[in-house]
Design a binder for this molecule. Structure first.
Ligand SMILES: Cc1cc2nc3c(=O)[nH]c(=O)nc-3n(C[C@H](O)[C@H](O)[C@H](O)COP(=O)(O)O)c2cc1C
Length: 321
């Protein structure tokens, strides 16, 4: 599919996940087959207030990631317009607006899924952003605020009218957060209501689930979030056909690619938690993983974390997960 003039070559891609889908992880997911990557949410207020963490850590991407979509989070045109101007100037190929985050600390300040409440006001915000953006502009929405306000179709039509290029639909309400199953029917309703490309998202565990979502809803692309945590190979159809030893080798290659990227990208204090988190997920489902995780999270440096992981990884049975 195309988002504006950017071609998305492949069905499935990594969903934005705060604290997880940062540049090193996005790059390994892309190398495994994610068709496009999107940054985690970048706070517009942090950008305009020159918060160094927002600007130089969260908004940073690697040149090999291009084309890249950068996602912004904010409550108003006053913060979002300068925010997207900054992101566009840094070379973003697509700007995505977060209209789905359900966390109370975000919605109570009018951000994330709170933008689905007052559709007219949000239309004005999107129009102001559209006027300054030369690159494709997308939004990521939920099915609505709660069960009595299921307005994804209304929001999608409004977005198409103000010139949005594509929409991602995660069909849970803000009130549901991540509970219950996402209702794929809502994705199909949005697909039917507008002519711009729709990406479906929610509870996709594999490429065959992604194809099932496409067949059931007519969406052109699929985002995978939680099922990609510790499993960037979920985007590679060939992975499932490998022998246990082949899988283990593939996983070792990815991990040995990912860890140096974390070391290069982050200062050790911030990067260590990233390394521990991802290594802990990579070990998921294997023997003695609990004891390994206790040891891993007690480490104090990149080197120590990698040594603990390497010892563990060499000791596991390649066929066990
Ligand atoms: C830890 C975590 C962080 C997330 N952060 C973001 C975010 O920054 N921006 C966003 O649009 N969605 C975010 N999401 C939502 C995901 O992009 C996705 O919509 C959701 O997880 C449903 O997809 P899944 O069932 O494949 O996980 C986050 C989800 C999780 C679990």
């Amino acid at each position: 599919m195309f988002i504006g003039d950017v071609e998305v070559k492949g069905l499935a891609r990594l969903a934005p996940m705060a604290g997880i889908s940062n540049a090193p992880y996005r790059l390994v997911a892309w190398e495994c087959g994610s068709a496009l990557t999107t940054s985690e949410e970048i706070d517009a207020i942090g950008l305009t207030r020159e918060n160094p963490r927002t600007k130089y850590d969260i908004a940073k991407y690697l040149p090999e990631e291009k084309p890249i979509a950068l996602q912004i989070l904010g409550p108003s045109a006053e913060t979002l317009v300068p925010g997207v101007q900054y992101l566009q100037d840094t070379g973003a190929d697509i700007i995505d607006l977060n209209m789905g985050c359900p966390m109370p600390k975000i919605t109570k300040t009018g951000r994330g899924s709170a933008l689905m409440k007052d559709v007219q006001k949000t239309a004005e915000i999107l129009s102001a952003m559209r006027r300054v953006l030369k690159v494709p502009f997308t939004i990521k929405i939920r099915s609505g605020w709660d069960e009595t306000h299921l307005n994804a179709v209304e929001v999608a039509k409004m977005a198409e009218d103000v010139g949005i290029d594509a929409i991602t639909v995660h069909p849970r309400t803000r009130a549901q957060r991540f509970n219950g199953l996402s209702k794929w029917d809502m994705i199909a309703e949005v697909v039917d209501a507008v002519d711009i490309p729709i990406t479906g998202n929610g509870d996709v565990q594999s490429m065959s689930d992604a194809r099932a979502m496409q067949a059931a809803t007519g969406c052109e692309s699929v985002m995978i979030g939680r099922a990609a945590m510790g499993k960037p190979w979920v985007f590679d159809e060939a992975f499932e056909d490998l022998s246990p030893e082949g899988k283990y080798e593939y996983q070792s290659r990815v991990i040995n690619r990912h860890m140096p990227l974390i070391e290069e990208h982050f200062p050790e204090r911030a990067g260590l938690l990233q390394m521990q988190r991802h290594l802990s997920w990579y070990a998921g489902g294997r023997d003695r993983v609990r004891a390994f995780r206790v040891e891993l999270f007690a480490t104090r440096s990149f080197q120590e974390a990698r040594d603990v992981f390497d010892r563990y990884w060499e000791s596991v049975n390649p066929g066990a997960a």
